[in-house]
Design a protein around this ligand. Structure first.
Ligand code: MTE
Ligand code: MO
Length: 559
């Protein structure tokens, strides 16, 4: 009976794995969810010794040229993909056979739970494999993880359920368990088994065939229509895309245009991140608000909002602000046009006393921070800011007044300022006191925003796919951005002229299109020629660090 169990297990394994594949294919085409067979194949290609891979490729290539199967690279891709599917089904078949064989030697009532364990195990391993081939769950990470686990759980549960039906006819589970796997009552029951088993197998076969065909068919149709939406523009006909509200930006004529799908160079204020210690931002009335500048000064000043706007020369600066809590690739970063007055000018006016060393800045919400006077005097860009995009600061973003300090994360830069006291001694600011970095200097970061698979370019018969995003290194600037595809060479991207010396830089790289699943990684070098650190670190306490990557599955567009 054991042999028969293995054969049945293999058959069930084939049927269920084909269905799993069909459903996962559909999910990939519809929602970009992971397709396990290809990830598995990619992973094997990476861990197998190079010689074997080369041999495999040689065999495929000579096979193609021998049989005249057409253009080598796309045919080879198709053969590889077919191999991936076959491999996946073979493994599923093996899993079914082993599952049935193992259960036969154990107490049988475990089978439904065993099916779940099998599914969970296989799903878990699959997630590890997807992860190790560099799968960065780009769209909805949690959703992808849950999906893979659910799909494999269903596969395992169906396996356990099929086992129950095929090997335990007429015998109640507890009987079977009590008697043990190969005992007499089971043998007896086999007399009535064939009809029941045959009917079950036919039902299972039909159900899985429907799932497989429906998954593959629908997936193909949906994927095909998606592919049909891809545009291919000859390089000679490329026109700069509409840059939207940024049409009159200082870099409007820059020769490098952002890859389609790159975030806007200037962040709409409504989309600018907002982080503060309050449930609701403090609402400061312009009427009655004043800025006292006191402490170790010769001429204490009390400035009104109008004084600040009218009595000093206004200064416009494009600024990229980031929260120290921003993750690599996160959205707690934005670029805006800030207007204000240089803090140096105001300090000159109040006249600093001998032992003046720090500015203690307080805010309407109880937030506070100290700023070194050396820093202010070494950098004329430090300013008291009252407008964003030439409008008074929004309440959420610090009306009426906030400070700008280049090269520092947001936590060092109070909003809703209520006072500046010149002091001799350093005092920890709100977040420093709570364990965050004292200096909070902005780290070099780079992000891939887009792998523009819907907007290909054709250059001299070669398809290119625009890849792009941002890079930022505080006030140090960016001198170089490089992109790596899979484990290949680092290739230098083009840099768009930034809005200012302190804003992020938009980069772009048009990659020679190659079908399949690829991982794209980016890194930047700052103005001090320091390469971005690839050691991953969480935001706390000094800001997140590490290379951003993105995985995309690319298909050749329909003619
Ligand atoms: N008064 C006050 N200023 C503050 C904060 C705050 O909570 N209160 N948060 C700081 C932090 S942590 C950041 S990242 C920036 C965020 O500015 P934004 O919300 O305008 O983007 O403001 C900084 N200034
Ligand atoms: Mo922050």
């Amino acid at each position: 009976m054991k042999d028969r169990g293995i054969g049945l297990g293999a058959l069930v394994g084939v049927l269920l794995t084909l269905s799993l594949m069909g459903i996962m294919f559909l999910a990939e085409q519809v929602a970009g969810l992971p397709f396990a067979p290809f990830d598995l194949f990619d992973w094997m290609a990476r861990i197998l010794p190079g010689d074997i891979i080369t041999l495999g490729i040689d065999i495929i290539v000579s096979f193609i040229s021998g049989l005249n199967l057409g253009e080598t690279s796309s045919t080879a891709k198709a053969i590889e993909q077919l191999s991936a599917l076959v491999l996946f089904v073979l493994l599923g078949t093996l899993a079914g056979a082993v599952f049935f064989a193992v259960l036969r030697t154990r107490s049988m009532h475990l089978s439904s739970r065993a099916g779940l364990i099998l599914g969970l195990g296989a799903g878990g391993i699959m997630l590890l494999i997807s992860n190790s081939v560099g799968f960065v769950f780009s769209m909805a990470p949690l959703f992808s993880v849950v999906w893979v686990l659910m799909a494999f759980l269903a596969w395992g549960a169906a396996m356990g359920w099929a086992y129950n039906h095929l090997t335990l006819p007429q015998v109640s589970r507890s009987d079977a368990a009590a008697k043990g796997g190969e005992s007499a009552p089971v043998e007896t029951s086999i007399a009535v088994e064939p009809i029941d088993r045959r009917r079950f197998l036919i039902q299972l076969g039909s159900a899985t065939a429907v799932l497989t065909v429906a998954g593959a068919g629908l997936g193909g149709i949906i994927g095909g229509s998606r592919r049909a939406g891809v545009t291919v523009t000859p390089v000679s006909e490329l026109t700069p895309p509409d840059t939207g509200p940024g049409g009159n930006l200082p870099d409007a004529d820059a020769s490098v245009v952002p890859a389609p799908g790159t975030r806007p160079e200037l962040t709409p204020i409504a989309d600018h991140y907002r982080i503060d210690i309050n449930l609701r931002p403090p609402e400061v009335e312009e009427e009655g608000w004043v800025l006292p500048i006191t402490g170790l000064v010769n001429n204490p000043l009390v400035l009104t909002f109008d004084d600040i706007r009218n009595n000093y020369e206004a200064m416009d600066q494009y600024v990229t602000l980031s929260c120290i809590s921003n993750q690599v690739g996160g959205d707690l970063i934005g670029t805006t046009l800030w207007t204000g007055v240089s803090l140096q000018t105001i300090l000159d006016e109040v006249g600093l006393q001998e032992d003046a060393a720090y500015l203690k800045i307080t805010a309407a919400d109880g937030f506070h921070e100290t700023v070194s006077i050396d820093l202010v005097q070494s950098d004329g860009r430090v300013m008291l800011c009252y407008a964003w995009d030439h409008e008074p600061l929004p309440v959420d973003h610090g009306f009426p007044l906030r400070i700008y300090i280049p090269d520092r994360y947001g936590m060092k830069q109070p909003r809703w300022i209520t006072g500046i006291e010149v002091v001799a001694d350093y005092e920890e600011g709100y977040w420093v006191r709570r364990g965050w970095d004292e200096v909070a200097r902005m780290k070099t970061t780079s992000v891939i925003d887009a792998v523009a698979s819907q907007a290909l370019i054709e250059d001299d018969g070669q398809l290119l796919i625009p890849i792009g995003g941002i890079a930022h290194a505080g006030a140090r600037g960016i001198t170089r951005v490089e992109v790596q595809v899979d484990n290949g060479e680092w290739i230098e991207a083009q840099l768009r002229t930034p809005l200012s010396d302190t804003t992020w830089v938009i980069w772009r790289y048009d990659w020679p299109f190659a079908e399949g699943a690829h991982t794209f990684t980016v890194r930047a070098t700052d103005g001090d020629t320091v390469l971005q650190d690839d050691t991953s670190l969480p935001p706390r306490p000094s800001g997140a660090q590490g290379y951003h990557n993105l995985r995309a599955t690319l298909v050749i567009p329909n003619e």
